[in-house]
Design a protein around this ligand. Structure first.
Ligand SMILES: [Zn+2]
Length: 370
């Protein structure tokens, strides 16, 4: 009986954390963690040609690094599913890429690109990782303009009619749709830029924000990586070299691994570690559903949260986190989570509080099971 209970607790913990894991015989979990890798450009759209000294262009380097990254993830973390927007030299539309990501229930979207300065050569070099956001920085604006510009070359431009990075209303709408995922996107972006510096010994130009179509319309944490400048001779040589691609791939892999650890996504065989310390049963455990995170403070009114009532918020660093519901009953919280998902908060998740302080969910579940 106890064992059955432990097993069911074990299984539910896995489901709760979207651990997406089924290599252990006992845990039958169907929804694996899915990473979509999006090699920028492709086919008729070659991306930046760089200095022109190489036959390869941005689309080729993006594809090479994307495929190597996917392969490394599948080899080292087989519990994670990898899907691509393209795995050869074709051009999926920007809209097609986001539709695919949303349809496949992707948990993380990574778009891989190379940067360029206007003109054939330039002095700028280094990596940048973007999350959705607004900027007044001229260089960031140019990067987004260049990456979005292919829209104009697509056959069906009708689907892009609501996408207008120059309109404050349009941008506000895009930002609200992405708020729920922003803190996760920033987390991964930081890991990526750190890894480029530490593992690949590259210059990092930092985590940046701007309005990229593929970031605005993917309803999950998403980042766009600029590996480096192909208009910078030395960096172009590096990114065209086998060693260079390997280092960038390894950096991206390390960052993803850190991100999965941060999310508590289990990547090892041991899933549930028995805690030998026993805490007395506590009535002070509360469960809530985290639905959004935002850099700006929103009134906790239903109209700001797709009609959901009983919204609370806390401030963590520079972010305000918003929660739906408040109950000591874990099962009830799972129902609230389903409700929030139906309302469109697809990546919402259950969080636990003890005496008003956020604690790891697994600790809360252990406490209430005692
Ligand atoms: Zn690009």
């Amino acid at each position: 009986m106890m064992q059955t209970y432990r097993l069911s607790l074990f299984v539910s913990i896995i489901i709760v954390l979207t651990l997406s894991y089924n290599t252990t015989a006992n845990a039958q979990v169907s929804n694996n963690f899915v990473i979509m890798i999006d090699p920028g450009h492709g086919g008729k759209d070659s991306g930046t040609p760089g200095t022109g000294r190489y036959k390869t262009t941005e689309k080729d380097i993006a594809l090479d690094v994307s495929l190597a990254l996917g392969k490394m993830i599948q080899q080292k973390i087989p519990a994670v599913n990898v899907v691509y927007t393209r795995s050869n030299d074709i051009y999926p539309t920007l809209n097609g890429r986001t539709v695919l990501a949303n349809k496949k229930d992707v948990d993380l979207f990574i778009s891989i690109h190379c940067n360029a300065q206007p003109g054939k050569t330039g002095t700028a070099y280094g990596s940048e990782t973007y999350v959705l956001g607004t900027t007044k920085n001229k260089q960031n604006l140019e990067v987004a303009k260049r990456e979005n510009s292919v829209i104009a070359l697509e056959d069906d431009t009708e689907v892009y009619k609501d996408f207008n990075p120059d309109s404050p209303e349009s941008v506000l709408g895009l930002m609200i749709a992405q708020e729920a995922y922003l803190d996760h996107s920033i987390k991964l972006a930081r890991y990526i830029e750190d890894e480029f510096q530490v593992t690949a010994k590259r210059k990092s130009r930092g985590v940046k924000q701007n309005i990229f179509y593929v970031l605005a319309y993917t309803y999950m944490p998403s980042v766009l990586v600029e590996l480096g400048f192909l208009t910078h001779k030395k960096e172009e040589d590096f990114l065209n070299s086998k060693r260079g691609k390997e280092l960038m791939t390894k950096s991206l892999f390390n960052a993803i691994e850190k991100y999965l650890q941060y999310l508590n996504v289990n990547t090892n065989d041991v899933v549930f570690v028995e805690d030998t310390t026993t805490e007395p049963p506590s009535k002070s455990i509360e469960f809530k559903v985290q639905i959004a995170a935002s850099s700006k403070e929103l009134e906790t009114k239903p109209y700001n949260f797709k009609g959901l009532n009983n919204i609370s918020s806390i401030r963590e660093g520079s972010l305000f986190k918003y929660f739906y519901g408040n109950t000591s009953n874990y099962e009830a919280t799972k129902q609230l989570e389903e409700e929030a998902k139906k309302k469109g908060y697809k990546s919402c998740f259950v969080v636990a509080f003890k005496d008003g302080k956020k604690i790891p969910l697994i600790d809360a579940l252990k406490t209430i099971s005692n």
